[in-house]
Design a protein around this ligand. Structure first.
Ligand code: MN
Length: 203
């Protein structure tokens, strides 16, 4: 095992203005620099709290601490996937090709049907959460996870191929309270090459 490291905020794979007009520079900067950073900090702080309790052999509220850890680690990991599964305006969107296209056709019947189901899942997340496309190698069948917060309804050992953040903090500057408009915009900037790359790593 390598030495234990802290989480760090990953750099975006494009400029802050690259996703406009679908996601504005201001919205993306705030989302990445403030919101994602907060989950990175939260996860690291929770690990530190656990370390401290161990070195002092102190009791902590285990249930609350592990809940906090799950929330913050989930937040960090899902955001890290989210940035990568988007591409600069004009370079993403459309329909997937290759293995992802085949998997979607097999699992959902057609890309149109998948898009509709994913959109409905994202739209109907109760409160704050995510929609995710995932697959498990044992059955080959893709499924949509409707994740509440950052960690509820995540299926163990399924590989997440792409995600869409539908927390209000993802779109409030650009779309106010209109989540469906943000979801519609997202389809224009999906990075299907990244999703294909993710799928190719599933064994
Ligand atoms: Mn977010």
């Amino acid at each position: 095992m390598e030495k234990i490291k802290s989480f760090t905020l990953p750099k975006l794979p494009y400029d802050y203005n690259a996703l406009a007009p679908y996601i504005s520079e201001q919205q993306l900067k705030l989302h990445h620099d403030k919101h994602h950073q907060a989950y990175v900090n939260g996860a690291n702080a929770t690990f530190e709290k656990l370390d401290k309790s161990r070195s002092e052999n102190a009791e902590i509220d285990m249930k609350a601490t592990l809940k906090e850890l799950s929330f913050n680690v989930g937040g960090h990991i899902l955001h890290s996937i989210f940035w990568e599964n988007m591409a600069p305006a004009g370079k993403g969107g459309g329909k997937p090709s290759g293995a992802v296209a085949d998997m979607i056709d097999m699992g959902f019947g057609s890309f149109e049907r998948f898009k509709k189901e994913f959109t409905t899942a994202a739209t109907s997340v109760e409160g704050s959460g995510w929609a995710a496309l995932a697959v498990h190698p044992c059955i080959g069948r893709p499924l949509i996870m409707q994740i509440e917060k950052h960690n509820v309804n995540v299926y163990p050992s399924f590989k997440i191929l792409m995600v869409l953040d539908v927390w209000e903090h993802a779109y409030y500057l650009d779309y106010k309270n209109e989540r469906p408009k943000f979801i519609e915009a997202f389809w224009n900037i999906v990075n299907w090459d990244y999703v294909n790359k993710n799928l190719s790593l599933v064994k």
